[in-house]
Design a protein around this ligand. Structure first.
Ligand SMILES: [Zn+2]
Length: 267
């Protein structure tokens, strides 16, 4: 097994143990006491999984700030053979260590100085919670943006293929002769979809690299060009400019949600 990207270094572990004066960050038991624990656990306050190892802004996930020592599952063994679970399982992972779900920083009252709820603990809890929540928000906005990107790409694919099929019908088939006479204007070029297509692909690439801002900018450009092309296409096909209105409305509503979360992030 290789190391996970945010494993703590030996140096970090020593610094955290010293910061806590050797006490469990949650219950305050002395972790140096071999009779109660031979295996204290270093715990990520914000879990490994929320970080992107390629993004240096997430490096704090392996810093001492994101680490607490907790008593392990071996602690609180009342009798030989009887295993009671320690704080790492209960507090660190809300009784569920498999999902990586974490308890919040403010609950690690002994995180600093060997004193319960010290001023250093309070300042640390506030700062680490802010950083963690920010990362969660970015992740949420990214997954929303990915969904929007995929939906818009589907729409562009759908309407540009339909457009292509219509053009083939008009220009190539016998039936097309008659079809052609049903329309009173020249059909728009298939190229009207190109801008929206290239922007939606760029948006997808940016989002897959975790670049929320660039991904969102490309998405909104794609959407702008898509609505323009859809307007031209439906005006020709249906003879009315606003044929795509229903779809525009649906896209507009979800886009507003993303814009709102995006504005929060870049303030
Ligand atoms: Zn404990």
């Amino acid at each position: 097994m290789g190391k996970r990207p945010y494993d703590f270094s030996e140096e970090t572990l020593r610094a955290v143990f010293a910061r806590q004066r050797g006490l469990c960050a949650s219950c305050g038991e002395d972790l140096n006491d071999q009779s109660i624990s031979d295996n204290p656990n270093a715990h990520h306050v914000y879990e490994n999984q929320i970080g992107d190892p390629n993004n240096p802004d997430h490096d704090w996930l392996r810093s001492p700030d994101n680490c607490v020592y907790l008593c392990s599952d071996l602690y609180k063994t009342a009798k030989p053979g009887e295993k009671l679970e320690g704080c790492h399982h209960h507090v660190g992972h809300n009784d569920n260590s498999s999902t990586g779900a974490a308890g919040s920083a403010e609950h690690f009252l002994f995180s600093h100085d060997g004193i319960e709820n010290s001023p250093n603990h309070q300042a640390w809890a506030k700062s680490i919670t802010e950083r963690g929540e920010n990362l969660y928000n970015i992740r949420g906005a990214l997954s929303q943006m990915r969904l929007l990107q995929a939906t818009l790409k589907n729409s562009i694919d759908l309407y540009s293929s339909e457009h292509k099929a219509q053009l083939d019908l008009v220009t190539q088939s016998f039936a097309g002769f008659w079809t052609n006479n049903l329309f009173n204007s020249k059909p728009p070029e298939i190229g009207i979809w190109l801008n929206s297509y290239s922007y939606i692909l760029r948006s997808g690439t940016e989002l897959s690299h975790g670049n929320l801002k660039q991904g969102a900018i490309a998405y909104f450009r794609a959407r702008h060009h898509y609505l323009k092309a859809l307007g031209a296409y439906s005006k020709w096909k249906d003879g009315i400019e606003g044929a795509g209105t229903k779809m525009q409305w649906a896209i507009g509503v979800s886009a507003v949600t993303v814009v709102a979360s995006f504005v929060v992030l870049v303030r």
